[in-house]
Design a protein around this ligand. Sequence first.
Ligand code: ZN
Ligand code: FE
Length: 237
Amino acid sequence: MPLEIVQVPVLSDNYAWLLHDDVSGTTVVVDPGEATPLLDAAAARGWTVDAVWNTHWHPDHVGGNEAFAAPITAPAEEAAKIGRVDHPIAEGDTVRIGDRAAQVMRVPGHTQGHVAFHFADDGVIFTGDTLFAMGCGRLFEGTPADMFANMQRYAELPDATVVYCGHEYTQSNARFAASVEPDNADIAARVREVDALRAAGEPTVPTTIGRERATNPFMRSTSAEQLGERRVAKDNF
Ligand code: ZN
Ligand code: FE
């Protein structure tokens, strides 16, 4: 069985994730902004949450942490802001669900200690509030150069890598992308697709690295300066 991944909408527009490895019977929750929908989703499958992983300290990603009787894995740099952190992590660390390994990538900019979890063998990555579908996170604690470097790293992953991000922001991101590249047919097609999904009440997440390389104006930026200009423009869009 592949790694089982359950998408759980929480708060107003966040996505949290249940990850389940059937061989070991292990379940991890990623970024529980609130706990109840995740506890319900786990219970409905007969799963018990064994660990909590956080990508960064913002309350919409850690607010439900303490409702789980489970150890918390989170960025060492942000532990003081998160509260209880049982397993502080940093760039280059490996975290596991049963025998499945994820590499920890430090991806600063939205917050300084922000991490992504990359399961290379499973072809999936959890990017929190750094890489979004057709967008990127706001630069609250970092520079355009930080986020540009993150995008370069993400762009080097295989195109088929499935990207699980922290928010349903795609419709707004798509509008902005179309304004940046009005002649890009891939972006225009994706705008229509995203509009149809949202009109049907469907999520637009996950995405893939290949789709983001084709349609994400932040991943498509050719310099930190250009990414910075686009980020400011999106903030005011
Ligand atoms: Zn955030
Ligand atoms: Fe967030």
